[in-house]
Design a protein around this ligand. Structure first.
Ligand SMILES: Nc1nc2c(c(=O)[nH]1)N[C@H]1C(S)=C(S)[C@@H](COP(=O)(O)O)O[C@H]1N2
Ligand SMILES: [Mo]
Length: 423
């Protein structure tokens, strides 16, 4: 009881208590009336003291706090075909399902789970059709993995005009991490019986793009999933409901959504998505093909544009690091544009082929600073500088852009993308 006793009239308090003491279905309508009355009064008495008013009742579906409204953001190039995860608004490593980035070549199809079928055929002993309930009868696994579009970070370097006013979401938000649940593709391939001569599979989506990609049989038999679950619930329609291919650590487009057909073959099909798209132009007019693995990459998510540090003193630099080759083993931070480096702390859990959150306590002295992060993985791979990256790949390719980003903090606290200053 507060000393002043202000807030809700005593009679209502008693009724609230009475209502809360009631239980059972028969009392539910009575409860609703009582609580509605309390809610109305709570609205009238500003500012409401939450310790004096019965709170909002339970609900079938939760919602975010009014002050926490992160949003996906349409991509700059093709606004209707990709949206980006608000990397700077999130904590830990899991992306809430409704904020998982999207990349659709022909929109989100409406697929009836009742009539959904996955056909596996080609160089197999027994071609089979699996319904969604069929898929769920097999032994399931749940694994935490990142998914990244190979076009992610394409805006981090522009030889014509380096951006400064770009957020981590706009630059690298085609990255999300989920707990994916499904059946190992190897289980299904054993069920149909792969012929010894087979060496590839071709997965095809049931959307209007009918996106298809060739995948080496070795990967399909290793850690590939047919996923139907995402962070504890069924896949979101945007993520491929009712089931998608999920290839841990590999470029996003190989994780074929709304998968309806898998053909076992002895060669890649050379589809549009692996010839005109998703090959990486190199210097001298050649191109990399089948650049499946996503290279190790780290991005600082705080402090970044458009944030302004209000004062000098202790700030926690934060970000995410991930590698398609395995587990992240370290992240180093530089506050002086790469002259000196110091190790960041890796927050648990540190999982293979999953984003890892790193943190670095920084005592800002109020002078200009240039913040960089550089990660390495268990294979010894070290995230390259932009100079090293451009020397190896040239200035043409927009895929697999994993070089070190830079954030410039000026004495007034303003933070902008600063890579242009380092080139
Ligand atoms: N059938 C189908 N699968 C697809 C796509 C698509 O358009 N159609 N887009 C691909 C691309 S380019 C990426 S990056 C990932 C994106 O997955 P997400 O939308 O769940 O984030 O799905 C891939 N699988
Ligand atoms: Mo993609």
């Amino acid at each position: 009881m507060s000393k002043s006793g202000q807030g809700v009239p005593r009679s209502i308090e008693r009724r609230t208590w009475l209502a809360a003491a009631l239980s059972g279905v028969a009392a539910s309508s009575l409860l609703r009336t009582r609580f509605d009355a309390v809610d109305l009064l709570a609205q009238q008495s500003e500012p409401a003291d939450p310790t004096k008013v019965m709170g909002r009742l339970v609900s079938e579906l939760g919602s975010r706090a009014p002050g926490e409204q992160p949003r996906r953001q349409a991509g700059p190039a093709a606004p209707s075909s990709s949206s980006r995860t608000p990397l700077g608004d999130l904590h830990g490593i899991i992306t809430p399902a409704d904020l998982h980035f999207e990349r659709h070549h022909a929109g989100v199809p409406a697929i009836d789970p009742e009539s959904y079928e996955l056909l596996i055929h080609g160089m197999v002993e027994r071609p089979l059709v699996f319904t969604l309930p069929d898929l769920k009868r097999f032994p399931s696994v749940s694994r935490i993995h990142f998914l990244e579009c190979s076009g992610n970070g394409g805006g981090a370097f522009n030889p014509a005009r380096m951006p400064t006013d770009i957020t981590p979401q706009a630059m690298d938000g085609l990255l999300s991490t989920s707990e994916w649940t499904g059946v190992p593709l190897a289980t299904l391939l054993r069920e149909v019986g792969v012929r010894p001569q087979a060496s590839w599979i071709v997965a095809e989506g049931g959307d209007a793009a009918m996106l298809n990609r060739s995948i080496p049989l070795e990967k399909a038999m290793d850690d590939a999933l047919i996923a139907y679950g995402q962070n504890g619930e069924g896949l979101r329609p945007e993520q491929g409901y009712p089931a998608r291919v999920f290839l841990p650590g590999w470029e996003g487009n190989t994780s074929v959504k709304w998968v309806r057909r898998i053909e076992v073959t002895d060669q890649p099909v050379m589809s549009r998505e692996e010839t005109s798209n998703y090959t990486d132009p190199l210097k001298g007019g050649s191109a990399r093909q089948f650049s499946f693995v996503m290279d190790a990459k780290s991005v600082i998510t705080f402090p970044t544009f458009p944030y302004a540090l209000p004062e000098r003193g202790w700030w926690e630099v934060q970000g995410l690091a991930w590698s398609g080759r395995g587990t992240i083993t370290g992240v180093d931070i530089s506050i002086d544009g790469g002259r000196t480096w110091a190790p960041a702390r890796l927050q648990q859990p540190v999982l293979p082929l999953a984003a890892v959150r790193f943190t670095f306590p920084w005592n800002w002295d109020g002078r200009e600073a240039m913040l960089l992060s550089r990660c390495s993985d268990e294979t010894g791979y070290v995230q390259p500088s932009a100079q090293e990256y451009i020397a190896a790949r040239g200035e043409q390719t927009r895929y697999h852009s994993n070089f070190i980003r830079a954030w410039k903090v000026t004495p007034d606290g303003t933070v902008t993308y600063g890579l242009g200053d380092l080139l």
